[in-house]
Design a protein. Structure first.
Length: 232
């Protein structure tokens, strides 16, 4: 279970939100550009810090400024997939997926086993030794997802993972996300500005407007007035 209650003063507004995500649940975080979606993910990941509030994951406090708690990024066990996939172009697909495991000093045999499993799951086993720079956009996004999952995260976060993908790749990535979240029973946050993504993959939608909650509920029940304010 992820519990978030955070506030941070930004340039144009104050981000002040609270929400929870259950194991196996996909929360779709929506809103217009600059509404605070990516900032929220970066605060949860530890890349940014809240001014006040608390973030707890499975009962463990990741960040609570009032108590001086700020768990290092590498100890938070969060799989984070960025919008541009952020693969290492000079590394092979296999080495990209195993990067986080090697950084954690995981046993080489365990790395090989886990990477092989993920290569099969993302259907890129035949490209294991190909440099990431030679992959298509959809393939890079699958590698980025596999790399995030290789560390067996307690939370998965994806920031606009479908923006630059074609229809077939988008469908494939959505299916993979749903499969892994269900199997691993971890909370997941997907940032998007497209209502279709919310309906396709989300269990619940949380709409941000200038750093505050505009609406929260089932994706298919998002009211028209929410669209009218141009938050999504």
């Amino acid at each position: 279970m992820l519990d978030v209650a955070i506030a941070r003063n930004l340039r144009d507004f104050r981000l002040d939100i609270a929400f929870a995500v259950s194991p196996g649940e996909i929360l779709v975080l929506m809103g217009s550009n600059g509404s605070g979606k990516s900032t929220t993910l970066n605060i949860i990941a530890g890349l940014l810090h809240p001014d006040t509030g608390c973030i707890r994951l499975n009962g463990t406090t990741l960040c609570e400024p009032a108590r001086g708690t700020d768990m290092p990024i590498e100890n938070r066990r969060i799989g984070y997939v960025f919008q541009n996939a952020a693969v290492f172009p000079h590394l092979t697909v296999r080495d990209n997926i195993g990067f986080g495991l090697r950084a954690r000093g995981t046993d080489p045999q365990e790395i090989r086993t886990r990477v092989d499993e993920l290569l099969g799951a993302i259907h890129l086993g035949d490209l294991a030794m190909v440099k990431a720079r030679n992959l298509s956009g959809g393939q890079k996004q699958r590698v980025a997802l596999a790399r995030a999952l290789a560390i067996q995260p307690s939370l998965l976060m994806l920031d606009e993972p479908f923006t630059s993908l074609d229809t077939e790749s988008t469908r494939s990535i959505k299916d993979l996300i749903r499969k892994f979240v269900n199997e691993m029973q971890i909370p997941c946050i997907v940032v998007t500005h497209r209502r279709t993504d919310s309906s396709d993959i989300g269990d619940r939608a949380f709409v941000l407007c200038s750093g505050r909650k505009e609406w929260e509920g089932l994706p298919g029940e998002m009211p028209e007035e929410c669209l009218a304010c141009q938050c999504v």
